[in-house]
Design a protein around this ligand. Structure first.
Ligand code: ASP
Length: 329
């Protein structure tokens, strides 16, 4: 484990009762970083930049995560999120998203939402306007319309062409058991004062069966945030990761004292031990504790021949960078 673990932190906080006011203030600021924004994949970089900009202009952490993710949802070149995301096997784009507020311990999510390019914004309104947590399919769509979202065609010429090419591929039915498009945006954030938020948005597996829901919009799978501990998100094969409640498992590992990196490692090791086939799976996770320490890990590298493994973007102290994550195997 790196840095201060949770038990040491609790001990150090307990110890501050004996400190002077000045010493207490110094101890408190040492335990907290400034704001930190962490996101999956290269398209996470413009997202963390936007999130930081929103937060620094006075927006809440929820505003920052939502608006950061909107950048990826709005970009037609990103074929795994929002507008331009690859469709299901019937040629329809179905989007999943979730956002969780670690202070309130409250999440909102939408699954299989069609015709609306910003599912993360709809997911946030599920928190703010309803007593529900998750809305799916047509119900999510009708809710979005009532909230003023404008329906649109989410297929772009490029994503339509990819779907047509897939349909024209002999034996394309094989995708019923093995889809291959994993580039979800997950974005986790802290305000540097112990508040954390996690958000995630995706078009899911390309050519998926109509109605398929992956890990991304499921609370505890694609997102989890708890101000007592930290926040996490995941990207990769949601049909596998859902079975491990990836995000909440990592948060629970951190709550037991693991650093964010060790917490990610524990979970991926468990996945590989319970089913050795998972060593070959597309699985990648990001984690941040409430002190702003981060972890990021993929099961294997490279995830695809075309990619240099899993990369994440991090914004801290006014600067963002793209980093190659460690791989388990
Ligand atoms: N986890 C997403 C899903 O399975 C896909 C991804 O991360 O690219 O729907």
């Amino acid at each position: 484990m790196d840095g201060l673990d949770r038990r040491d932190f609790i001990k150090s906080v307990a110890g501050v009762a004996a400190l002077s006011t000045a010493e207490f203030a110094a101890a408190a600021s040492a335990a907290k970083t400034g704001p930190v924004f962490l996101a999956t994949w290269p398209h996470g970089k413009p997202a963390v930049d936007r999130a930081a900009e929103v937060f620094q202009s006075g927006g809440s952490l929820m505003d920052a995560v939502e608006k950061g993710i909107n950048v990826a949802e709005d970009d037609p070149r990103i074929m795994s999120v929002g507008y331009g995301g690859l469709p299901n096997e019937d040629g329809e784009v179905e989007l999943d998203a979730a956002i969780m507020n670690g202070t309130l311990h409250r999440a909102g999510s939408v699954c299989a939402l069609h015709s609306i390019k910003n599912p993360i914004s709809v997911a946030r309104l599920v928190i703010e306007k309803t007593r529900h947590t998750t809305l799916a399919g047509e119900g999510a769509y009708q809710f979005a319309l009532k909230e003023g979202f404008k329906p649109m065609q989410l297929l772009t010429p490029a994503s339509l062409q990819k779907w047509l090419d897939w349909r024209a591929t002999p034996n394309h039915e094989q995708y019923w058991i093995n889809a291959d498009n994993h580039d979800t945006i997950g974005l986790v954030a802290t305000d540097g004062k112990g508040h954390v938020v996690s958000g995630c948005s995706t078009s899911g597996s390309a050519w998926k069966i109509h109605g398929r829901v992956g890990d991304s919009p499921l609370v505890g799978c694609g997102v989890y945030a708890d101000d007592n501990v930290g926040a996490t998100s995941a990207t990769g094969d949601g049909d596998i990761m859902t079975n491990y409640c990836t995000s909440v498992s990592i948060v629970h590992n951190m709550a037991r004292g693991a650093s964010p990196q060790d917490a990610c490692e524990d979970l991926l090791k468990h996945m590989a031990e319970t089913d050795p086939k998972n060593r070959e799976a597309f699985v990648a996770v990001i984690a941040m504790d409430k002190q702003g320490r981060i972890g990021a890990l993929s099961m294997n590298a490279p995830l695809t021949p075309a990619q240099p493994g899993f990369q994440y973007a991090v914004w801290q102290n006014g600067e963002s960078k793209l980093v190659n994550a460690a791989a388990m195997y």
